[in-house]
Design a binder for this molecule. Structure first.
Ligand code: MG
Ligand code: MG
Ligand code: MG
Length: 309
């Protein structure tokens, strides 16, 4: 077989980058010619992990050719995946998200579990398949778990994620809490991001009923700086809707320390937001205490509200 591409989702987060590299390492150890690829820029948080553990970023690709062998990690929805996937040869999916409408020509290997991070599943696969975990790969897997679970604070976090992270920290030779906070801090640095870049941070497209939406998320240590620029953000989000054909653009500004989210939104119908979260959505943002997870606390609520609208 020719080279197999292993990719996370578009707009890759730390899990998509690190799980692609780690799953490629597992496959390579088993004699598969696997190569990790990515579908977008490496974020600051993932870059911190790559630098710390001295691993090169996956190769950037824009699309795949017909018949290219592909394995997906950290996603399964075609809209979030590589362009050309419909004509490629999809072999495997390792993921921790809802099923999102993929059809395949052939039977494929699928391993999806409702855990906090794809890396948790891959850690178990190394164990089950009796492949020794290299130190660097343990570091990458640990980074992904810290990122997706926000150091175990996210409601998506399970006991399995914690157990995997503790084991990985030992192999990687880091203090879990210290390394985790440092990595999250690196990712929460807004630096010189423009409002347009913030509006697309860690963004994913979704369909809520007949409405097309893009839901972005930015994690910060303190929401004050970013919310001071709300008017500019809202303008950038409006432009994003117009340019890319979305009905709505949502941005979760998640405060890692306070464990809350200010949900900024533009577009219609605002009733969808009001119904989903039981709040007055006539403005351009709502405060959601305790909300940190798009997958568990934002997307299902909007999906359900759209079905009733
Ligand atoms: Mg992800
Ligand atoms: Mg993930
Ligand atoms: Mg995420």
């Amino acid at each position: 077989m020719s080279k197999v591409f292993i990719t996370g989702h578009k707009n890759p987060d730390t899990d998509s980058i690190c799980s692609a590299l780690s799953y490629a390492a597992l496959k390579q150890a088993q004699g598969v010619e696997a190569v990790a690829v990515r579908l977008g820029e490496v974020g600051k948080e993932a870059q911190y992990a790559l630098d710390y553990f001295q691993v090169e970023a996956p190769e950037l690709i824009a699309s795949v050719e017909e018949k290219q062998a592909v394995m997906l990690v950290d996603h399964n929805e075609p809209a979030q995946s590589v362009d050309g996937l419909d004509k490629a040869e999809l072999l495997e999916i390792v993921d921790h998200h809802r099923l999102g409408g993929l059809n395949t020509a052939n039977p494929i290997f699928v391993h999806i579990e409702p855990v906090g991070c794809t890396a948790t599943i891959i850690t178990k696969m190394f164990d089950c398949q009796k492949v020794e975990l290299p130190k660097k790969i343990a570091g990458l897997l640990l980074s992904a778990i810290v990122s997706d679970t926000v150091l175990f604070k996210s409601p998506t976090c399970t006991e399995q994620d914690k157990a995997a992270a503790e084991k990985l920290a030992v192999i990687a030779g880091v203090n879990l809490k210290e390394y985790g906070m440092a990595m999250l801090k690196a990712g929460a640095d807004l630096g010189d991001l423009t409002p347009a870049q913030i509006a697309k941070t860690d963004s994913k497209p979704f369909s809520f009923g007949k409405y097309k939406a893009i839901v972005a998320q930015i994690s910060v240590m303190d929401t004050a700086d970013i919310l001071a620029k709300k008017a500019e953000l809202v303008a950038a989000m409006q432009e994003l809707c117009q340019n890319e054909g979305y009905d709505m653009s949502l941005l979760m500004v998640t405060d890692i320390m306070e464990e809350s989210t200010e949900l900024v939104f533009v577009g219609e119908p605002k009733q969808l937001i009001a119904d989903a979260f039981g709040k007055d959505a006539s403005g351009d943002s709502i405060y959601l205490p305790g909300v940190m997870s798009r997958k568990k606390q934002i997307v299902p609520q909007l999906t359900e509200a759209a079905a009733k609208l």
